[in-house]
Each structure stands twice: as C-alpha cells, then as structure tokens.
Design a protein around this ligand. Structure first.
Ligand code: SF4
Length: 210
C-alpha cells in the first residue's frame, strides 16, 4: 500500500464553474499536454452522492461530459436498477483529462499513473469541498486512490464504508468499464457484485439523508 501526501498547489477556485475553467488550463501532469480537453464533473451543487470514475474516455472527451460513453451506459443501467437517479448525483472523475495512446484513428485508453492521480486529486478535493456529498462512490482503483491517496484492492475495499476526513463515507466498487471487458460467467458474477454494491450504496444513502 502506497501513501501519498495530499499536494498543495495554493489557492483553489471556490466555485464549480471556476474549477471547470481552471482545469482546462491545468498542465500539472503530462496528461494535459495530449490532444484532449478537461472534463468537469456535473450534477447538483448540493448532491448527497458523488460518483467518481477514473478519467474521461474517448466519448467523454469528445462530448465534454462525464460518463456518456459505453461504461456510462452500464453505470446508468445499474443506477436505475438500484433506484438511484443519475440526475440526483454529482458525477466526476479522479483525473480530469483523457490519457490515451493513438493507434491510427483510434485513441486507446491508458491507465493514469499513481502520481498523475495524486496530482489531479487537487481538483477533486476542490469539488468535494464545494458539493460536500454525504457519500462518495469510487468506481475502480484509480478513483479510490484519488479519494484516499493510497492504493486499495477493489475486492478488499468494496462492500463497506471508509471514513473520509470531512466526515463523509467512501464506498468502493469496480469501474463499469471492467464489466465491459468480461463475458460469460465472469461477466455475470461481476455484474452481480456491482449491482450488490450499488444497492448497498442506495440503502446507506437513504439512511444518511433521512
Ligand atoms: S489530468 Fe488533472 S492534473 Fe493532469 S493536467 Fe489534467 S487537470 Fe491537471
């Protein structure tokens, strides 16, 4: 397990709109130098639930919105099944720019390094400070690192709350893009675990906002 100190880059914008502008100009890590644009989170300013993915994918980068590609469609279906309204949640990513390698006309996803996630954590901490969600759901290991500043295994971390320093709860599950890479019995098993995680989050959220 790797512990990373939270980085301090000085004064941070104190509105979501200002963060959305500032991340476009951010070049604190090399991902911002690729041919991409930063994708800001979206959702209610006072959402009780924040959902955090790894980074924008190709479609998110094209459209400038989080979770609008294939993985977003998987997430949407599971949110509906769990009784969570997507429009009630604030959706964002641990890393704001799309990291990719070009292969012909295609842009292939590249996993951000721990250091890149730790640098970009500055921005998600800014979003959390403004939205102040009661519950944060991290989708995948990169998102979990972006919230905790250390690496955790999904199998060990899922299914139970982790206390964050501001009193909110972090829940961890797989990233929906992981489900898309599976098929057959493996896919069915992981879909079941993902559904169970989202049901647990929905139940806990109902308790927290009651
Ligand atoms: S990925 Fe994050 S830290 Fe890196 S340049 Fe973009 S906004 Fe800045």
């Amino acid at each position: 397990m790797t512990d990373a100190p939270a980085m301090d880059f000085g004064e941070r914008p104190d509105t979501l709109e200002a963060i959305g502008v500032a991340i476009q100009a951010c070049r604190r890590c090399p991902i911002g130098d690729l041919e991409n644009r930063a994708v800001m989170g979206e959702g209610p300013r006072d959402a009780p639930l924040m959902i955090v993915g790894e980074q924008p994918g190709d479609q998110e980068d094209v459209q400038g919105r989080p979770f609008v590609g294939p993985a977003g469609q998987v997430l949407d279906a599971h949110l509906r099944a769990a009784g969570i309204e997507r429009s009630d949640a604030y959706l964002t990513n641990a890393v704001k720019h799309f990291k990719f390698v070009r292969r012909g006309k295609r842009r292939l996803h590249q996993t951000p390094t721990a250091r890149e996630i730790d640098i970009c954590r500055w921005w998600i901490e800014g979003e959390r400070a403004i939205v102040r969600p009661r519950l944060v759901l991290a989708l995948g290991a990169s998102a979990a690192r972006g919230l905790l500043g250390r690496t955790v295994g999904i199998a060990k971390a899922r299914g139970t709350p982790h206390a964050l320093e501001d009193g909110s709860e972090l829940w961890v599950t797989a990233h929906p893009s992981y489900l898309l890479r599976l098929d057959g019995a493996d896919r069915a098993e992981q879909e079941g675990l993902f559904a169970a995680d989202l049901s647990a989050v929905a139940a806990r959220l109902a308790e927290l906002v009651a």
